[in-house]
Design a protein around this ligand. Sequence first.
Ligand SMILES: Nc1nc2c(c(=O)[nH]1)N[C@H]1C(S)=C(S)[C@@H](COP(=O)(O)O)O[C@H]1N2
Ligand SMILES: [Mo]
Length: 301
Amino acid sequence: MAHRWNNDLTSADVTRPAVYFNRRQILAGAAGLGLSSIARQATAAEDALTPNSWEEITNYNNYYEFGTGKEDPAANAHALTIAPWQVTIDGLVDRPGEYDMQDILSEMTIEERIYRLRCVEAWSMVVPWSGFELADLLAMAGVRPEARFVAFQTAYRPEEMPGLRYPVIDWPYVEGLRLDEALHPLTILATGLYGKPLPNQNGAPLRLVVPWKYGFKSIKSVVRITLTDTQPPTSWNKLQPGEYGFYSNVNPNVDHPRWSQASERKIGGGLFSRKVPTRMFNGYEREVAGLYEGMDLVRNF
Ligand SMILES: Nc1nc2c(c(=O)[nH]1)N[C@H]1C(S)=C(S)[C@@H](COP(=O)(O)O)O[C@H]1N2
Ligand SMILES: [Mo]
């Protein structure tokens, strides 16, 4: 079933960006004419749900394997060989192995999900992903009852990834989720954008998307998924444990030492790019708050 988690967005918002563009222009005109503040607030709310353009989503990236500049991934990631591609699924699973990307795709149902993406650097965008639920892939491998966490690893290809020359982080990039977070229906593996194959700079051919957590949890170009019974190490936490926790749920009440997390700026907005309040769990509180019942979200940041 498609569009279950679009949060007020419909497939029309994805498939007809031109309509949205016109609407934005009209609304921009209205704001410019000095209509009431209510009208202006309405335009801001509309904008918070409007998918960013293909150009914005594919030219402003964080993918440090291809450089730390926002435009480096778009310039360099074409060098990554994405076919053939294997994903090793191992650890506490019934059917461990090297799964071929083609075989994975033939087993999974691809659907569209329009999600907000919130980077810890206090910018955000709205992305029309296509992909499948991580839970479906894990079911294919058969999660054993002892499993409690899922560890993820990005490809390590020094000859294709110029950024690996710099010890910015301890390569390869690794991430992790608690098993219940991994099995949540909002958690997907994305294979596409705007109905097209995922560009390399966005993490082709397969990248995690966990929309209620800061963007760095959404690890790109995944080559290994390991089910474990202990909390796995994660790249940014290893580097700066005081700044980046394991959970990294979007939380306007817990500031990062360098960035207040109370508000954010949606990229590419022009007139609309003013700061808007950040929402708890990036707006997915209704869906995911139950995962953290009774947990101190300040200590477990
Ligand atoms: N392997 C890898 N995955 C990564 C990153 C990275 O540098 N390397 N950057 C993360 C960060 S900080 C963010 S905000 C998102 C950005 O995803 P996007 O470029 O598709 O918007 O990817 C995340 N996944
Ligand atoms: Mo990020």
